[in-house]
Design a protein around this ligand. Sequence first.
Ligand SMILES: [Zn+2]
Length: 219
Amino acid sequence: MEKRTLNQAIWSIPMPDRIKRLPISPTGFPVPWFVAWLDGVPDFRVIGPGKLVQAVNRKLCWVCGQPMGVHKAFPIGPMCAINRNIAEPPSHLECAEYSVRACPFLSNPRMRRNEKDMPDGHREPAGVMIRRNPGAIAIWVTREYRCVRDGDGVLFRLGDPERVLWFAEGRAATRAEVLHSIETGLPMLYEPAEAEGPDAVAALKKMIARAEQYLPKET
Ligand SMILES: [Zn+2]
């Protein structure tokens, strides 16, 4: 493969050794292990065939593809910090942190997910995806998670975190940014809960209260 150089936008972000071993895309970004390649070009929006099963069965990092340790890091939106469901398997903390800083979608709240020109046959992730850019992103670090079946996919249920790191625009997020992101996303959790009934609403309220302790402190 031709020698490619990194995109200037991510020059200033320190690169962990595990990320240095990844291939570089034609636009100059390291290509995470999970990404699908089509005709020699990576499509960052699409999960490569068989990658989810391999990551789960062989306990591989979603970003670098190398074996995981005991600490599992999940980059998640604020809504996932409330319901603790996520469609993607864990990464090393350093890999998750690099992704949050370098990935244009994860690091820049003003960018929209690009749904155009999705290749044929791409699969929707399991669970109900909330299709918005969450603005704030958490890295949820935990030793515990469970895989559960969801239709013909799989969902990851997060255990209590050892710690939670919050980011916005590739840097540490303020409490106000995280609260704003949660407030604007909550209707998307309340709507299905209200359709389900009072018990579901009560359960959701408990989950919201439980998440409070993991938000950034007032500075
Ligand atoms: Zn990794």
